[in-house]
Design a protein around this ligand. Structure first.
Ligand SMILES: *Cc1c(COP(=O)(O)O)cnc(C)c1O
Length: 235
């Protein structure tokens, strides 16, 4: 087995253990392998080990990798998730190449993604990113503004709103981590109570996936625990 295959097994085991402890079925939580900064060969290793969903932060890097994987793994359906910040001049690349976007936090970006989604592709699957710990300069819509944004995104024809994503600040202990994830959980249930048909709560990373699973995460985004430590990258 490759190191990456071992990493995948280890993370799946962490997810299963957390689900058992939280009284959830293990199939309730999907693993998104975050391959940012790692090469196409690393993704191909993970595909060979059975992983099919990958997250990328940097859009051009992601688009290049999507093309490379088509060559490396022909005929295998891979699901690509854009999880990083999106500037207006990058929406077309995202709309034309990715299956999912987790980082929608402004209506203008959502409108562009919807307009630019090619008609022969299924709607882009979207999570709205919410800023649960209130950092003023952080990505994510403020909780107060979330319901209006979510309703507007849900109405766009090129998008399908699936749920919420959050990236809380690293917290020192399980209880603090869970408290922040619980806020996202409460917002998620609030939107469902307003009639939005949501099924995806994207939260939890290498350092805090257990707390996220306890708070109801349905998709954890894990990079370093699978692929190893990343080299520092500017931007
Ligand atoms: C990098 C990144 C991850 C994965 O982080 P790890 O700590 O390597 O698991 C998850 N989500 C987002 C949005 C990221 O940028």
């Amino acid at each position: 087995m490759t190191t990456i295959a071992h990493g995948l097994v280890a993370v799946q085991r962490r997810i299963e253990t957390a689900c058992t402890q939280a009284g959830r079925v293990a199939t309730a939580v999907q693993l998104l392998a975050v391959s940012k900064t790692f090469g196409a060969d690393a993704v191909a290793d993970a595909v060979a080990a059975g992983q099919r969903a990958f997250g990328e932060n940097y859009i051009q890097e992601g688009v290049d990798k999507i093309a490379a994987l088509r060559e490396l793994c022909p005929g295998i359906a891979i699901e690509w998730h854009c999880i990083g910040p999106i500037q207006s001049n990058k929406t077309r690349l995202v709309a034309e190449h990715f299956d999912w976007v987790h980082s929608v936090d402004r209506l203008k970006i959502a409108q562009r993604l919807s307009e630019q989604r090619p008609a022969d592709m299924p709607p882009l699957q979207v999570c709205v990113q919410v800023n649960v710990d209130g950092g003023a300069n952080k990505a994510g819509v403020a909780p107060d503004a979330l319901p209006e944004l979510a309703q507007a995104v849900a109405a766009l024809p090129g998008l399908r709103l699936r749920g919420l994503m959050c990236i809380p600040e690293p917290a020192p202990d399980f209880a603090t981590q869970k408290q922040l994830f619980d806020r996202a959980g409460a917002l998620f249930h609030g939107l469902k109570a307003q009639g939005l048909a949501l099924d995806t709560l994207s939260m939890g990373m290498s350092a805090d996936l257990e707390a996220a699973v306890h708070a109801g995460s349905t998709l954890v985004r894990v990079g370093s625990a699978i692929f190893g430590a990343r080299a520092a990258k500017a931007g």
